[in-house]
Design a protein around this ligand. Structure first.
Ligand code: AMP
Length: 282
């Protein structure tokens, strides 16, 4: 595995692959890798083929954080991330620092102005501008043919697909389903920051979403999910919404596939999850 920290180093590492026309597949991450990330890497390898190049980027992107404390507390276990990537057969690991990625006087931002407005975009101002900007930079730096993203960050996936469509970015976007702990909690780099009490309670988010998604009425679904989550003395809802799975706009009736999505705080750790809700066709 080649490990590079600069854009120039990345180009050099990919030069041979470029000249041979090998398929390059990127997995963008913020590190603190877990089984969810590694499943994306496996998917990237399948997509690249044995002769292709799998690039993993590892960059805690400051401009997508709305809370400084969250950025400071974000786990950065570099040594174990390196070992995971090595073991997973990653070809190139790109781990730049902030100064490498952003000029001090940078003045260009990529903004998606529709799908990014609700859900996480509403409670984390500027978050998706930061995501789009860094992802487009990573696409350009790696000159990847394809990139793999997790469905866990469903809104992020939708926003990136829209960016790629609207800006004619020549990168194929591949989605991978959410990888969960045995108790149902969606794997997240932030899970290690939960206290033991909070960790034990946190599977209720997925349980609440799953149970209430079986109901057929929008108000009843939201009510049931809210009751189950707020039954915890630890959990604080940041948002709980039922939105159209395509437009991400709130819905009042279940006529199209919908997304029941929640962001929940445990202390200062914010967790997100969602389930798809399909309309019952009679
Ligand atoms: P992050 O490091 O949290 O920015 O995530 C990097 C990529 O891994 C994103 O595409 C995420 O959607 C994806 N990811 C994070 N957690 C999971 C998970 N539990 N299952 C599947 N993909 C995930």
């Amino acid at each position: 595995m080649k490990q590079v920290t600069t854009g120039a180093g990345l180009r050099l590492a990919l030069e041979e692959a470029n000249s041979l026309g090998r398929r390059r597949v990127l997995v963008p991450t913020m590190g603190a890798l877990h089984r969810g990330h590694l499943a994306l890497v496996k998917r990237a390898r399948e997509e690249a083929g044995p002769d292709g190049i799998v690039v993993v980027s590892l960059f805690v992107n400051p401009i997508q954080f709305d809370r400084g404390a969250d950025l400071d507390a974000y786990p950065r276990p570099l040594e174990s991330d390196l070992a995971h990537c090595q073991a997973a057969g990653v070809d190139v690991l790109f781990a730049p620092d902030v100064a490498e990625m952003y000029h001090p006087d940078r003045s260009v931002t990529v903004s998606e102005t529709c799908l990014s407005r609700g859900l996480c975009g509403a409670t984390r101002p500027g978050h998706f501008d930061g995501v789009c900007t860094v992802v487009l930079k990573l696409f350009l730096l790696s000159a990847c043919h394809a990139a793999v993203f997790g469905e866990k960050d469903f809104q992020q996936l939708a926003v990136i697909r829209r960016m790629v469509r609207d800006l004619d970015v020549p990168v194929e976007i591949l989605a991978f389903p959410t990888v969960r702990e045995p108790d149902g909690l969606a794997m997240s780099s932030r899970n290690v920051r939960l206290t033991p009490d909070h960790r034990a309670d946190a599977p209720r988010i997925h349980r609440a979403l799953m149970q209430s998604a079986r109901l057929t009425d929008v108000a009843a679904i939201l009510d049931a999910a809210r009751k189950e989550i707020t039954a915890s003395t630890f959990a604080r809802i940041d948002y709980l919404e039922l939105v159209d799975a395509g437009t991400l706009q709130p819905i009042t009736s279940l006529s199209h596939p919908a997304l029941l999505a929640a962001a929940v705080f445990y202390g200062d750790v914010r967790l997100i999850d969602h389930v798809l809700v399909l309309p019952i066709i009679c």
